[in-house]
Design a binder for this molecule. Structure first.
Ligand SMILES: Cc1cc2nc3c(=O)[nH]c(=O)nc-3n(C[C@H](O)[C@H](O)[C@H](O)COP(=O)(O)OP(=O)(O)OC[C@H]3O[C@@H](n4cnc5c(N)ncnc54)[C@H](O)[C@@H]3O)c2cc1C
Length: 138
């Protein structure tokens, strides 16, 4: 499938061991593994991905177990990328790869409330949203 892609700036790997990317360090390979360079690159990649390709989004991998048979599809990794974080007065804009600890710290430093509970959760923002992460009744 990698021959089908054009104009990518991220990293496309074949048969990538997912055990390297999840906390439990177990599980088989991903047929295709993509780490986009940025949001624009992600859009270029998704536009070229076959419509029937199974996709698994991966954050920090702290809440995932991969079976030994691996994943027959494309894993899109957002860890270590998509980490733009802008705080302007009352407005916070964060991409999905931002680490929750960093988000909590930066938002608190800017004098804003609402994300402190994320400080102790091992996650990316995307993983937190997908899992509806919470702590301390928040
Ligand atoms: C020590 C420890 C303590 C924890 N404490 C808490 C806690 O207090 N509260 C709590 O809620 N959880 C806790 N967790 C669980 C875990 O950290 C959360 O579920 C977290 O939200 C997972 O984020 P992640 O980035 O690691 O996601 P991953 O484990 O990579 O993915 C989890 C799920 O989210 C999906 N996903 C990830 N990124 C995206 C994306 N960008 N778009 C769409 N889907 C996406 C994945 O496909 C998968 O289904 C803890 C885990 C550990 C290891």
């Amino acid at each position: 499938m990698n021959g089908l892609f054009h104009n990518l700036q991220g990293e496309l790997r074949l048969n990538e061991p997912l055990s390297k990317h999840i906390s439990w360090r177990v599980g088989g390979n991903a047929q295709h593994f993509y780490r986009p360079k940025n949001v624009q690159d992600l859009a270029v990649f998704l536009a070229q991905l076959p419509a029937d390709e199974p996709v698994l989004w991966l954050g920090l991998g702290s809440n995932l177990l991969i079976r030994d048979g691996g994943f027959a599809g494309t894993v899109i990794s957002t860890s270590g990328t998509l980490q733009q974080l802008d705080i302007d007065r009352q407005e916070v804009n964060a991409e999905v790869g931002v680490y929750c600890g960093k988000l909590a710290k930066q938002v608190a430093r800017a004098g804003l409330a609402g994300t402190t509970f994320l400080a102790g959760i091992t996650c990316t923002l995307g993983g937190a949203l997908a899992m509806n992460a919470g702590a301390h009744q928040q």
